[in-house]
Design a protein around this ligand. Sequence first.
Ligand code: SF4
Ligand code: SF4
Length: 367
Amino acid sequence: MNNYRLKEQLESLAKSLGLAKIRFLPAEDLPEWENEVKVRSQADATAKAYWEKRNYSGNYKNIMKDAKSFVIAAFPYMPAKDSRDLNAPYLDPHYLAYPKGRAAVFELANMLKEQGFKALVDPPLPIKLIAYKSGIGLFGKNGLVYNREEGSFMSLHLLLTDATFPYTSHYNETISDCGTCRLCIDTCPNNAIGEKGRVCMSKCLRHYMLTSEIIPINIRERMGMRFIGCGDCRIVCPKNAIKFKRTNIKQADYFKLDIGEILENHSNLKEYLKGLAKVIGKNLARPIPIISMAIIAAGNSKDKAFVKGLTETLFHWHPTIRAHSAWALARLADNSALDSLNNALSRESEHLVTSEIEAAIKKLARL
Ligand code: SF4
Ligand code: SF4
């Protein structure tokens, strides 16, 4: 089979799998990306650690010596109409779309492998830069790639392969047409977006979500009810207005993020997480990060109905859950939690948790 035919077959399979755009471009080194990482790493230790841990590279030969092409595809999805409801736990639809887009791209990789080619899905290369170079979209000041049809509601997926294709240049010299708009900059709850459109990783709420770590208090406070992802800089973007006009989905249609249920069943969340894993994948639907996010959302909810559940998670085996529970109880400002906090303090041996419980007791005792 010649590679014209293979390209057509990949395009046709991509379409049938719901991938809105697929582009083929010759593999190339990306020194501009390496320079950008240097600049960002110097300014932000969190970004430095992030890039080092993931071993990302601007040099594709470090990953596949004889690679010839980048195949990049975009998997579109719809936002929820009520995305701006700041009183309900927010689930960013990107987390639902990503596993589906990735599964679709694995099928493309299988087709290449069946033809005797190598194909690596989502190699550690700068995917957004490659998407821009392929003509899939332009960069927004919020660091996301958008285009006219999908806005930035699309997940991007990359294949690195030793196959060659007939390439068409879609290169666009304009890197962004945001112009004077600065809605995302002004909306970001933690001022993470710089004037030149550089997102500071250590300020971006998304960076702290769904981990098992104790999250800094100022970040917890700003998370509000954002539970899985923070979509503010995407939701306000005028490039996405077209998607909001077309959607009829509601947040609850994705999955019911029920804070009360998570707190109440924190010691046995197997069934709940099984359901959530079907939506966002097993890797993200892990008990400690999900309980941790539920506690933060409860603390920010102003809803004292969560106090009872939090006095139980205060005795959880994991220190992060205990620390966040003490903070959430103080934030809900209900001094009926004082007995539980004093009891927890008498049993606590982790220094970081002790200081959170002491701070909570001090705050509630003043009420
Ligand atoms: S994801 Fe949220 S915190 Fe991060 S840059 Fe966008 S608005 Fe700011
Ligand atoms: S909100 Fe405005 S500045 Fe930000 S990405 Fe969208 S168009 Fe660009």
